[in-house]
Design a binder for this molecule. Sequence first.
Ligand code: PEP
Ligand code: MG
Length: 762
Amino acid sequence: MSRGGDSPRITPSEPALRIILRRLREIMAEPSDGQSRLDRIVRQIAGLMVAEVCSIYLKRQDGSLELFATEGLNPGAVHNTFMKRGEGLVGRCAELAVPINEPDAQNHPAFSYRPETGEEIYHSFLAVPILRGGDVLGVLTVQNKTPKEYSDEDVEVLQTTAMVLAEHLVSGAVPGANTGAEYNRTLGHVIRGQPLSEGLALGHVVLHEARIVVTELESKDPDEENRRLEAAVEELKASIDEMLEQGELAATGEHRDVLEAYRMFAHDRGWLRRMKEAIKRGMTAEAAVERAQNDTRARMLRQSDSYWRERLRDLDELSDRLLRILSGRPRAHVGAANLLHDTVLVARTMGAADLLDYDRSRLRGLVLEDSGGQSHVAIVAKALGIAAVGNARGIMERVDQGNPIIVDAESGEVHIRPSSEVIGAYGDKARFQARRHRKYRALRDRPALTKDGQRIELHINAGLLMDVPHLGESGADGIGLFRTELQFMISATLPRLERQIQMYRAVVAEAGQKPVVFRTLDVGGDKVLPYLRQPQEENPALGWRAIRLGLDRPGLLRTQVRALLRATSGVELRLLLPMVTAVGEVDMARALIDRELDLLQKRAMPGPTKVLLGVMIEVPSLLYELDALMPRIDFVSVGSNDLLQYFFAADRNNTRVAARYDALSAAPLRALAAIVDAARQHGRPLSLCGEMASRPLEAMALIGLGYRSISMAPASVGPVKSMILSLDAGELQRWLRATIHTAEGNVRPQLKRYAEEHGVEI
Ligand code: PEP
Ligand code: MG
């Protein structure tokens, strides 16, 4: 077992694992209490691994670790030794959820010496996390006096033991062990998470996929397990192909991209090989899937890049599907007949494809234990208009199927088993919102005309094909900003030319007669696409992104332009360039577009009737080049999110500073007015497509500055139109232009007062 040690060696792989699994099974079958079982387990493992020490540390409610059992360390230290969260090598193993293999632990900078344990004489140290469903329940360690690195087989044996231990712990057999099972599931509870998709939902809990519990770890017949695994993987691949071929999915672009990602992983040889190796070492097919899944989860925890975390989540979801196939329950969701009419789905994590499996008409809300705003499922929930909250820590331990639940995706609060008072208050709020929605729906077909007869164009922002139907629902005039990068972000590989053409063509068709402004890829910075290979940057928001990347890597931009030209044959193409900083960049982009147009003509392929080139004003330097910019382009769109971030030097994603400077202050309003003046002077159509346009008071200010076209989140069209119908734009414009000329600092209070005094519906 030990490399180069003088102790007797157990031959690696199969026999060692089998012996250990058999002994563990025997221990579990004995009639004894949970603590005695832990004591016996550490003794057995120490013996079988020829380790001088074997210890079990379990996690407590506060995240610290407690020594629960040991063979070799001072017995008095049991239940008396605690490691703070992340402290020492044991804490590090729990935090990172990865094995730690140290030949000379004493000299490791993270080593934390505990005199009560008497461990100073042990040099080599191996720790593995005790994982269950993605949670770290504790840490299992072995130690030896002789400095050595433990072999891969040692790690394997210890990891398998940790899997068995995890089962033992969640069974509740060990008093004092924190398995999350001790929450009272009858009391009300509030969990604060992160809003993923706005809205309010009152309903009942439907637990997504009670996770398959793997109980049989040891196989009797590896050949048979291999056959089962192979058959299950084949079934998995076939089911993904089947979903991809479904008519509905073919028509809805991004579902396909998510499924394509699954297909890629299902065919991943490395994944299959890892599972087969585990079977060879004596595990059942199910245990092998779980083992590979634990590795994936551990990698997921270590991953700070949200894109890769999402890819690993795809793989995690695929493992769940595979486990379900092996257990004969291939579908995760409750059949439509059993789905409550007011379903609030609760899950630890959920893939976008799983959410798409549910009957939308019955879905009110979604609560996820560990998904953030960047996740695919969040993008899909938003597109489907489902109230969703992510990062709802501890939700799975606190709810049962059918529990009443309220999801407030404005504040991020989730009320579990709420009191009748809370239900009453939220019921009022929901009714109020429903009334407002009815009112906005009634305005849908009315043009956005101010009281003094000025027509304001209202457009929506979109990024996925499934956003496009909002165009009809909201009665908007068109899509003022189509963020093409979203498709790239949910794809596992770079979408090729044909795929892009298909997607853009579908968007144009779905939009019907209404215009669509396609923005070229705004990737880079924090929107990392791994298949693009990008350098790590100190300051991504100020880095190599959007048009900068597009011009430096013309292959990418060229393909996108080519796809857009071909997808818009017979109609106008409105193309918008993001993050332009200097007019020279417009010239370069124009030259690239002209080359593509020439090529199209040479090949006698049909193209758009006209190409209108627009620029986003998002970087303050352009404010001082407006006279040079305007003649070069056909339209302008202000990206107020980025413009304000660079204007105030305040990161839009940093909550500490994001709200510190008000957009409704004199300085940015003057800048926004200067853009109106320049556009008017040069006769260029102007729009604004940042978040500012989505809020009625801000939208009112924009109209007061002279903006006559704005683009916003679909849900804002109603409230903004309602404001416009009650506004005299000419009067406001005269007042606001004069006000910002002399005002200092924040003018929000004056704008609010103006709205109140003039009966403007804000
Ligand atoms: C903006 O910056 O205002 C904008 C609309 O672009 P994005 O939010 O996609 O950066
Ligand atoms: Mg922007």
